[in-house]
Design a binder for this molecule. Structure first.
Ligand SMILES: C[S@@+](CC[C@H](N)C(=O)[O-])C[C@H]1O[C@@H](n2cnc3c(N)ncnc32)[C@H](O)[C@@H]1O
Length: 254
């Protein structure tokens, strides 16, 4: 399919990925300049040469590229954690999902992507400026219609009931466990992300007070490898810590 003006693409050169839109005018790097409007009519998989004669491949962006390149005004949840969160919460077409702590909207974007056109994401955020950032990030994927933002500092409860899954990414999630219990459907999953172990303990103590079962605490370590087949080995550095994940399921009685 020929590329159109409204399309995004990844310009790939020397192991580096650059997410661009054809509407952006010019793309500048130390490897030269590319006039993006001239890519209209080309196809994903084609290549183009910059003003310095460097070859760039035109790749189709995946959700990963959008998440890594979204505008960030807060700490975000990274794709390695998002992938696991999505499968643990069983996010799928048509689901009604609630999150608290929308921040820059990384998780919101992934939730909106997977609930599909018939699903809804209810996203609570106390800072209006972050809602605007998240909205802008969602627009790049035409997903803003799937999210209902609630500009509110949640102190106890949420307005929604019978949600299929609920995720908390706030500083003091233990305070919202009773509200999360109230909003979730029976047997359905709760997820929480916190950066420190003392916060994990606080969440576990709060979960003990309510009928939650199947409680898990884990973290996800991603170790990328250098791709030279003759010298296959891990990269020298890695991101050692993002956050701890806690999952539990609501039951009607313990
Ligand atoms: C780390 S950020 C969330 C990042 C987001 N999950 C992402 O992937 O981009 C945490 C957000 O929670 C918001 N927040 C903290 N406590 C809150 C509360 N009680 N109610 C609503 N929002 C809250 C903060 O303003 C902040 O934007």
């Amino acid at each position: 399919m020929p590329l159109k003006k409204e399309d995004y693409l990844v310009l790939f050169c020397d192991g580096k990925r650059y997410l661009v839109s054809l509407k952006e005018g010019f793309f500048h790097t130390h490897k030269g300049v590319i006039k993006l409007s001239e890519l209209e009519g080309k196809e994903y998989g084609d290549c183009v040469f910059s003003s310095k004669g460097e070859k760039f491949h035109l790749l189709k962006p995946t959700l990963f590229d959008f998440l890594m390149k979204l505008r960030r005004e807060t700490q975000i949840i990274y794709p390695k954690d998002i992938g696991f969160i999505l499968v643990k919460l069983g996010i799928s077409e048509g689901m009604k999902v609630l999150e608290c702590g929308c921040g820059s909207g990384a998780l919101t974007t992934a939730l909106a992507f997977f609930v599909g056109e018939k699903g809804k994401v209810f996203s609570y955020e106390k800072e209006e400026k972050f809602i605007e950032v998240a909205r802008e990030n969602l627009k790049r994927l035409n997903l803003e219609g799937r999210v209902i933002f609630k500009h509110k500092e949640v102190l106890e409860t949420f307005e929604e009931e019978e949600v299929d899954a609920l995720f908390l990414d706030v500083k003091e999630p233990w305070k919202l466990i009773p509200g999360a219990y109230q909003s979730l459907k029976g047997g359905h999953p709760l997820g929480v992300l916190v950066p420190t172990t003392n916060q994990v303990s606080m969440v576990l103590k709060a979960l003990e007070e309510y009928p939650f079962v199947d409680i898990e605490v884990l973290e996800i370590l991603l170790r990328p490898y250098k791709t030279n087949p003759e010298r296959l080995r891990p990269e020298d550095t890695m991101i050692a810590h993002t956050g701890y994940l806690i999952f539990a399921k609501k039951v009607l009685e313990k």
